[in-house]
Every structure is written in structure tokens, then in C-alpha cells.
Write a protein that binds this ligand. Sequence first.
Ligand code: 6PG
Length: 258
Amino acid sequence: MEIRLCADPIALAQQTATEFFRLAKECVTTQGRFTVALAGGSTPQAAYTLLASAPYRAVMPWEQIFFFWGDERPVPPDHPESNYRMAYEALLSKIPVPSTHIYRIQAEQGAQQAAEDYEKQLRRFFRLAGDEYPRFDLILLGMGPDGHTASLFPGTSAVHETTRLVLAPWIAKLQSFRITLTPPVLCNAAQIIFGVGGAEKAEALQHVLQGTYQPDLYPAQLVKPIRGKLLWLVEKSAARLLLPPLTHLSDDSSLPAE
Ligand code: 6PG
């Protein structure tokens, strides 16, 4: 596991975009495609906007990239809370990615049906046998102030799922269903990148990274790639309780040549 300290939200977005580009080029070169599950929420939006802008837009192998989501809210794709809508507006509407390469969670069908259908789509796309899990080249994740990630929330049974690929748990604190990839899918990724910013997440981040293993309380602790890499990009304000303090500010925002 690597933890990289970012000075501010812009640096966090730059690091995310830099890693996305590096991985996309590597995967397309070595395997002819790049499969990525996008995170929702607000943190990744700036990174998606960067990816849709110069210099990334012109050099990314968009035609070989396949987009998925780590989770979705139970709303239609044009709803302000939709993770799909956020990614569409910040990135997908601005890049030449074939629409057939965008695997949206069709939450408007209702959470349970959407979860079942998404699981079928994953099994078909990744050509999975019965007990296999999909192996995404990259899964982008955020973390909430309560230590949730994707839509794996504290105290929900989804945290203990080992068979299903996609679930639609009832989240009592939100009084809402969510649709989410399950822990085994997250842990089967080749690369996980967490992007965490904001002072309100400092306490949870300290527990997740340095506290005792309590995944029911801090589901983000579940994310331990079995045969993959885990990178935490953490903004200074969120990292302030980590001991020893992180001091090296990562400024490796090496931009690709245009
Ligand atoms: C979602 C995300 C969720 C998010 C965290 C952090 O659907 O909201 O999947 O897991 O990453 O809640 O959200 P922010 O980036 O908005 O702080």
C-alpha cells in the first residue's frame, strides 16, 4: 500500500489524472484495453474534468477504455445525485469514447433490478465462470467521513458479501437504497486508487489506515487488493491525524507531452 500526501484538492485531482493516464497507457499497450470503475461523490469530479482537458484529452487511448461505476444512487441518469450524470458532465460528454464502452448502472429500474442487471453485465463483459470475480484494471474510490467506500456503509450486511458482485443494500442513515460493487470485486482489482480530501474525513482516515481492523465500522478497511496495488491519495486536511505525520508532498504531476 502506498499513501501519497497531496497539498490541496487540485493536487489530488492532478495525481488522480496522472495515475489514470499512466495505467490506461500501460494497460492498452499490454492488453489492448483498460477497464475502470469510476467513483461517485464530489472528490473525483475535478480529476474527471482534468482528464477531459488538455493535455490528457488528446493523448488518452479513449477508444480502448471501458467505463463502469463502483456504485450508484437509486435515481435516473439525469438526476443531480446520479454518479453517472456527474461523470458524464465532467468527462464522458467531452471525450470520444464509444457509447458501447460505457456500462452505466441503470438505477432507474429500481435498486434490486439494477444490481441484478449490472451483475449480469459484468459476468458477460468479463466472461466470468460461476465463482469468478471481475478484475478491473482500475477502481477509483472515495471515502466518506464514516469510513464508507463505494456504497459499502457501516453496519450493513453488504460489508460481509462474498458471493454477489453487485448488491442493492438499504442504507438506513440515508433512508435510501444504493447499488454497489461488493468487497470481493473491489479486492480483485489490479489497482485501487482512493482519493480522500477534507478535514471532516481525518478521523475516519486515521482509523482506516492506522486503527484496528473493524470493517463493520470502517468498510474502507475491507479494500485490500489480493493481487493488486492500493494507492491512497490523501489531501493534507484529511491526513492531519496520521502518525507519524506525512510530510513529503507528492508533486509528481508529470503531464504527458501534448
Ligand atoms: C458516492 C460514492 C461514495 C463517495 C464518498 C465520498 O456514491 O457518494 O461512491 O463512496 O466516494 O461518499 O464522497 P465525496 O467525494 O463527495 O466526499
